[in-house]
Design a protein around this ligand. Sequence first.
Ligand SMILES: Nc1nc2c(ncn2[C@@H]2O[C@H](COP(=O)(O)OP(=O)(O)O)[C@@H](O)[C@H]2O)c(=O)[nH]1
Ligand SMILES: [Mg+2]
Length: 685
Amino acid sequence: MSADATGNLPAERPEHSPLLGESLKSLAPIVENISELEGAITTIAEVGDRSAAKSARKLQRQLRKVEPTVTMIGQVKAGKTTLVNAMVGWPGLLPADVNPWTSVITSLHITPRKQPGGDHATFRFFDGSEWDRLMEKGGRIGELAGRAGADEELEALNKQVAEMREKSKRRLGEKFEMLLGQEHKYGYVDQELVERYVCLGDDFESDTDTSNTQGRFADITKAADLFLHREEFPIDFCIRDTPGVNDTFMMREQITIRAIRESRICVVVLSAHQALSTVDLALIRLIANIPSREVLIFVNRVDELADPATQVPEIEDSIRQTLKDHQGPADAEIIFGSAIWANHVLEGTPDQLGEASAAALANWAGARLPKKTKKSGEELVWELSGVPALYEALAKRIEGGIGSEVVARTAKGAMNLVSSITTSEHIAAMRLSDDAVAPLKRQDVPAELDKIEARCLEAYDRAFRDVLFDFDKRLERSHRGFLDRATGSLIAHLEEHGEENVWNYDATGLRVLLRTAFQVFSRNAQTASQKIYMQTAAELREIYLRAFNVPDETFRLEAPPAPYVPAPVLLGQTIALDLGTGWWSRWWHKRRGYRNFAVDFAAMIQAETDPIVEGLQTEHAKAVAADARATLEGFIEGQRDILKQLCTQANTSEQELLDAGRTAENRERSKALEATTATLTKYAA
Ligand SMILES: Nc1nc2c(ncn2[C@@H]2O[C@H](COP(=O)(O)OP(=O)(O)O)[C@@H](O)[C@H]2O)c(=O)[nH]1
Ligand SMILES: [Mg+2]
């Protein structure tokens, strides 16, 4: 068997792909910044003493840990998995066309460094409570059905769930529930292994053959983490493939929401012949809460269009209009392409596209490419596949997002290290020339630090108490207002049209209000932390001035940057009001009497929306607050270490000081540090 471009056949580890390598050069500026910064920090390690070197290495480790992460979301069959395979230059790595029941999130962690143990994989199973939620209540959809009183759906659902459990038992053995919450690890990655954990076999419907179903774990697998070495990548990179948002149990929606929250960039993969024309509202709701700069739209399968040159601009307009109509990220960048084309190139078969596909390619090339070009046919197909453009867009976002953040944070840390080194030199000079007397005795430094820490943490807690209180109040007001208005509208409808006509109410208003409240929170949280970080830095700086007599005009101490606040994706969660048609009208037709309508309705919507409000308060807001506090504590802790070291040094013998202060060497050092500082300043901004 040979692999084909659909990527469903055995995949050996592919050769290095020069074209992919070329596309990944988009990431070069980020890598260059990081390595320039790493170089500057190496200088600090060389120039500073042992403790400075230790801190420098710690900063470098932080830099090396950077792993930009992209989450792919979209409808089932849009071609997410096929695109992911193309993006890592390994057609067939992840199985495409998997059973639509699968709910595994697969994270590909790609590294340019050869790993000691080679490629490896970890598969995590649902834990007991997640599984119970699915089995006992039919997942979120079961909860919804229960609340909406959709008894028939609930019954059908329970039947499906029972079947599922039976099949899992048959596949995995009676005691399969003991596996819940566990992990399986492997020291290699191949397609067979991935299939075992990610694909629910075709036997799912006609479960008669158990011969090859042994050890199929996909029923209970929640996450697959594959660690791969690919030399085309200049930097560690993570691509998360999600199963698609429209599933039977709506378990995936929850999982997808979590995956989006944990990464900074989300690529929405659409199928060109559907795009958003059928308006997948669940999908739009999910991205509606993400800022445009963190969303990219990849319209896949342009190879299936009859006339891409004409259709692509139409599709683009229609997507923008839909996004605008539903308050989504209307100016998100949209890229068109074909994962199949990319895979053909990777497999060296760009001349075997098939007639329609080749015609579409020629048509699209006419619209997209210059008439004259020196590029080879292979290069042109690769370009038209959209993968290079996708990486270019991703690189820009990574550079402006997590890239510049990590670089700035590390540069600030490094600048503070330089300050500590200059301080230690200052100590040497000071003792030798025996001038200044420090107004703060060094043995009093720890106590002074304790005071600063207590004061600043208290200021922090106070500020965040206010910020969170204000947020709760806003949420409460918006939530209550929405419930009142919705119930009011329901009653008005009943009075005007009676009980026979089904009434609908759009929850967009609630989402917009809650989102606005969250944006205010986000701004307040950032302003408050920034202010307190600066205040803390200023107070700590005083210690340097008073204990070590460093020059006030030139001595700098950098505060950490304000925290990143993840988008409130949770707001996109489907609630009963979103489930038009059958369900809702059944709920409606089961009620009698205006009062029952109003009371039941209010209770149901409250039950549906309470968890969202609560999630915003805890998972979102409180998590940001805790993070920001940890940064403050970490900052103070780091400064405590440095100051402790400086105090010890100030007490060392005169001979050592003389050694440390050897003038020629000193001058060398100062020069090196000056150059370093210039680099650091560039990145700290
Ligand atoms: N014609 C065409 N088919 C594609 C393309 N990308 C994926 N497919 C096919 O669409 C089907 C679903 O793809 P898959 O990657 O599993 O979609 P997912 O559910 O979004 O992960 C598979 O049969 C793929 O071979 C494409 O760009 N063009
Ligand atoms: Mg898939």
